[in-house]
Design a binder for this molecule. Structure first.
Ligand SMILES: C[S@@+](CC[C@H](N)C(=O)[O-])C[C@H]1O[C@@H](n2cnc3c(N)ncnc32)[C@H](O)[C@@H]1O
Ligand SMILES: COc1ccc(-c2oc3cc(O)cc(O)c3c(=O)c2O)cc1
Length: 362
């Protein structure tokens, strides 16, 4: 340590690292701004790299915003959200940087390659209802008032209370989750469709507005698909579509089906509550021999050797700690709650990016 503090190069490198930690939130905030302005869609519509003056025109921004937009675009391109190339100056004209989409920003475009945009997911996660508790984690650690999460300390209620009392946030949250549901279920039915083969019915517990269940119903039309979710989520949804909606609580009763799906549900809760949810699911399904199973879509931490993925898994874990009091789990921790809930076996059917599909058998 002594030697370290005597080395000026190491000292200033440490300061740079500190600045990086300090300002990395600007990455999220600039992404939020790009989505709010509709920059990915505007670039997509332009069909080819676009200059900042053209972007200002396409987005109908005030002319005075041209210089700041140049700076924002330069930063976003540096972070690899957009590509940046410098165009040849036309005779007598200025050189202009041209911006294009990267694989990441293509995900924010509606209908790029027939895919639904993940922009609603960005909007939901960076909504002030979510970011405000992130600014008060220190206060929460110190407070003796017993709020279970920073979210509850700031909003005075658990997240599902806020979705009930705040219709705007309810809509933003459900649209965000639906965008992710469509995105990942598309991949799941392609990559591990065998998980659904042979099923006659499936209920997606906490399935939101039915995006994920809708993809299963589309890919396997013979499977009767239903969603169980809270009344504020499913009320008013179409009753004549491919998915049946049931308003209720998974703590009371799960509608019977060959399989129950739990996508991004269990990581919202502590172990004891997860066991209660899984027991309710077990009551709803037939024996393993009769095809009964629970399909869990969640992170299995520690399963990726990549440093970037591991960092993301730590982010998720702290995100759940702040918002819901839930947690991410490694395979041993999953095994423990499956066993405690009375299940006999499980199999990790696939790992897609950071998420795994786990079949849990009664
Ligand atoms: C994180 S979201 C996941 C939504 C969806 N499964 C997905 O992955 O996109 C959690 C869902 O659980 C629902 N939920 C919360 N408490 C519930 C309860 N007691 N019974 C049924 N659903 C509940 C929420 O309304 C929300 O739709
Ligand atoms: C990929 O990044 C993300 C993964 C998970 C989530 C997320 O966020 C929330 C936020 C809430 O207010 C309540 C929730 O239950 C959840 C989740 O379950 C969940 O998975 C966000 C970003």
């Amino acid at each position: 340590m002594e030697q370290y503090w005597d080395d000026d190069d190491l000292l200033v490198a440490a300061q740079s690292d500190l600045w990086n930690h300090l300002f990395v939130f600007l990455k999220s905030m600039s992404l939020k701004c790009a989505v709010e302005l509709g920059i990915p869609d505007a670039i997509h519509r332009h069909s080819g790299p676009v200059s900042v003056p053209d972007l200002v025109a396409a987005l109908s921004l005030p002319a005075a915003r041209l210089p700041p937009l140049r700076r924002l675009m330069r930063m976003l391109a540096f972070s690899r959200l957009f590509t940046r190339q410098t165009s040849e100056a036309a005779a007598g004209g200025e050189e202009e940087d041209l911006y294009g989409l990267t694989p990441t920003s293509r995900l924010l475009v509606d209908d790029a390659g027939g895919r639904r945009s993940l922009a609603p997911f960005v909007r939901a996660m960076l909504d002030p209802v979510h970011t405000a508790p992130c600014l008060h984690v220190g206060d929460w650690f110190k407070a003796a008032d017993g709020a279970a999460t920073p979210f509850e300390a700031v909003h005075g209620s658990v997240i599902w209370g806020v979705t009930r009392s705040n219709p705007e946030f309810n809509a933003v949250f459900n649209e965000g989750m639906a965008a992710d549901g469509t995105f990942i279920m598309d991949v799941i039915v392609r990559k591990c469709g065998h998980v659904f083969r042979g099923l006659r019915s499936l209920v997606d517990v906490g399935g939101g507005t039915g995006a994920a269940a809708g993809i299963v119903a589309e890919a396997f039309p013979h499977i009767k698909c239903a969603v169980l979710d809270l009344p504020q989520v499913v009320q008013g949804l179409p009753a004549d579509g491919p998915v049946d909606f049931v308003a209720g609580s998974m703590f009371e009763r799960v509608p019977p089906a060959d399989a129950v799906m739990l996508k991004w549900i269990l990581h919202d809760w502590d172990d004891e509550v997860c066991v209660r949810i899984l027991q309710k699911c077990k009551e709803a399904i037939p024996s393993r021999e009769a095809g009964g199973k629970v399909i869990v879509v969640e992170q299995v931490t520690g399963s990726s050797p990549e440093e970037k993925s591991t960092e993301m898994q730590h982010f998720f874990d702290v995100w759940m700690m702040i918002l819901t009091g839930g947690r991410e789990r490694d395979e041993q921790e999953w095994c423990k709650i499956f066993t405690e809930a009375g299940f006999s076996d499980y199999k990790i059917a696939a790992t897609l990016g950071l998420r795994s599909v786990i079949e849990v058998f009664p």
